[in-house]
Write a protein that binds this ligand. Structure first.
Ligand SMILES: CC(C)(COP(=O)(O)OP(=O)(O)OC[C@H]1O[C@@H](n2cnc3c(N)ncnc32)[C@H](O)[C@@H]1OP(=O)(O)O)[C@@H](O)C(=O)NCCC(=O)NCCS
Length: 192
């Protein structure tokens, strides 16, 4: 899957992305709202999984690069939320949208720009809705969700069961965006 925006190319993973993506996943500041940084092996495994899941599901989190220079900046994409890892959590059978960019590229609206292209793709293949999940304290990620028109659903708040009670990263929030065309086509009226 290759998508382009004004400033970005969103494309399948290539081997050359592995080192810069491992650097991003291994950066303690980038992962300050996550329980831990990833090792190089874990970062590689996440790319391997993304490649495999793109084959089986048709899409998954992908590489993002700058259009002009081709510089790799991180990952943006859609993924079918993994049942094996996340069964029992809210929305575990939904499609989620996610992003992880190198900190040198933050603050330029690149994540929302890429995410909007992925939402257009989601609607183009007829998905009824897309969800986004993050730690309650991850304000930057929630700003991206707001910028792309996702709505916070307080009723879906949940606790990350992999963290102990009281852990500051345990509370999680969920945002949703519905495909307006889908709901119109099926004459379904929903609250905003
Ligand atoms: C979340 C993230 C993708 C945002 O990407 P981005 O391209 O910088 O998005 P934007 O430029 O639209 O900025 C979104 C918000 O990030 C915050 N932000 C921007 N630049 C920042 C910086 N240099 N340092 C800290 N926060 C910053 C601001 O709150 C901003 O909101 P604002 O535009 O209303 O001020 C990026 O911060 C990131 O990769 N974070 C780490 C990975 C992560 O947490 N991913 C989500 C996993 S659930």
């Amino acid at each position: 899957m290759k998508l382009t925006t004004e400033r970005l190319v969103l494309r399948p993973w290539e081997d050359k992305d592995r080192t810069p993506m491992a650097r991003i996943y291994g950066d303690a500041h980038v992962r300050r709202f996550h329980p831990k940084v990833l090792t190089v092996e874990e970062a590689n495994a996440s790319i391997d999984l993304a490649i495999e899941r793109a084959r089986t599901d048709g899409f998954h989190f992908q590489a993002a690069e700058l259009k002009g220079s081709g510089e790799f900046i991180g990952m943006i994409g859609l993924a079918v939320r993994s049942e094996t890892v996340q069964a029992g959590l809210p929305g575990h059978r939904t499609v989620e949208i996610g992003w992880f960019l190198a900190k040198e590229h933050w603050g330029q609206g690149l994540a929302p720009e890429g995410a909007r292209a992925w939402l257009d793709y989601a609607w183009s293949i007829g998905l009824p809705e897309v969800a986004a999940f993050t730690a309650k304290v991850n304000a930057p990620s929630q700003r991206v969700m707001e910028k792309i028109g996702m709505i916070y659903d307080p009723g879906s708040d949940y606790e990350n069961p992999e963290l102990c009670e009281g852990h500051w990263l345990r509370p999680q929030v969920v945002y949703w965006k519905r495909n307006p065309t889908f709901f119109e086509r099926h004459s379904i009226t929903v609250a905003p």
